[in-house]
Ligand binder design. Structure first.
Ligand code: GTR
Length: 345
């Protein structure tokens, strides 16, 4: 490595800080002022460089949504606010990323509402099986008053929700033949980390193994687990289909994605900057949904071409009957939200 000495070193550090708008240690909420003289209101004010943690690779639809969000923020802040997207869980697995965002150590993240249930009780509702009929139903709820209101309830958990992204529906896949509900009995199934999933697997006669997403491939490969569950895009992009080539399309959950900012960071921003960020998040939703629709199709085609055995569930009644006790157990906990979901049908 080339050595940089003395004043040269100081100049390099100073220019990094000037460009990034960061204080020492990369904490950027101190907000170094960097007027650009354009006279445009949005471009006047402090400069920031923030980080956004994303579990999926760069070409995945959620990551593309994050990038679009960051571009809109940059453009509308006149270049003052930079959000660097870190894909592929470089900043940690989802649960750890949420904790870091709560602390303000990472400013933004895109996560599934699955693990969010452990941070905010209301978010558990999304893990209840068969509460939505299809994706349109999900979106009518998310963009309605109760759905949008849920983004603000996160404040009590040290977070602020900014918007929702698509995640389709989740189905089971296994390294063992899987053709019907009876095949789940006795299987060790990896689930997203929240307690509702334990109850659901129990109701299906399986045993739940919560673990981070990044550990699922090797756990399937080595037989630590027999099965997992996810949507087509994750099944394909994570390559789980290579080690669990039997897919059973039961669509038991529709667990949307959510874009989050740390509450500590949020509260240090001016009202104008909050507005730029909030609106950019909302404006990135449509693009993410289009990317989702395309990739969902591509990934389905790709796993079919790879020879995965795919069984469509034609009669969902036995599935709904099996998980009914879970819904009954949790109905009172989520009654207002469940009413709003019902009304969005
Ligand atoms: C995906 C979701 C990820 C992660 C993953 C999982 O559908 O997009 O954020 O939650 O599921 O199962 O852990």
């Amino acid at each position: 490595m080339r050595k940089i000495k003395g004043w040269k070193m100081i100049a390099v550090i100073a220019s990094i800080l000037l460009v990034s708008g960061c204080g020492a240690g990369g904490t950027s909420t101190g907000g170094n002022s960097q007027p650009d003289g354009s006279g445009n209101g949005a471009s006047e004010g402090p400069s920031y460089t923030f980080r956004l943690a994303e579990a999926h690779p760069a070409d995945y639809p959620t990551t593309k949504g994050d990038i679009r969000f960051a571009e809109l923020v940059k453009e509308r802040s006149g270049g003052r606010i930079t959000i660097d997207v870190f894909p592929s869980a470089q900043l940690g697995e989802e649960k750890a990323a949420i904790e870091q965002v709560q602390l303000g150590a990472i400013e933004f993240t895109r996560v599934s509402t699955g693990p969010m249930a452990e941070f905010n009780k209301d978010f558990g509702v999304f893990s209840l099986p068969y509460i939505f009929d299809n994706d349109d139903h999900v979106w009518r709820f998310l963009l309605g008053e109760t759905g949008m209101g849920l983004l603000d309830t996160l404040q009590s958990s040290g977070l602020q929700g900014l918007g929702w992204y698509s995640s389709g529906s989740r189905s089971f896949y296994s390294s063992k033949p899987l053709a019907g509900i009876e095949d789940l009995k006795g299987l060790k199934i990896r689930v997203q980390e929240n307690k509702l999933n334990l109850a659901i697997m129990d109701a299906l006669g399986a045993s739940a193994t919560p673990m981070p997403y990044g550990e699922v491939y090797s756990s399937l490969q080595t037989g630590v687990i027999d099965a997992a569950e996810n949507n087509y895009p994750s099944y394909y992009s994570s390559k789980h289909y290579e080690v669990a080539p039997h897919l059973l399309l039961d669509s038991h959950q529709r667990v949307p994605e959510v874009l989050l900012v740390s509450k500590t960071v949020w509260e240090k921003l001016s009202k104008e900057d909050q507005e730029i960020i909030r609106q950019a998040a909302l404006d990135s939703i449509e693009f993410q949904r289009e990317e989702w629709a395309k990739y969902e199709k591509e990934s389905e085609e790709a796993v079919r071409a790879a020879g995965v055995t795919i069984t469509e569930v034609t009669d969902l009644q036995p599935w709904k009957d099996a998980v009914k006790p879970v819904i009954e157990e949790y109905r009172s906990e989520f009654s207002d939200i469940l009413d709003a979901i019902e009304a969005a049908k």
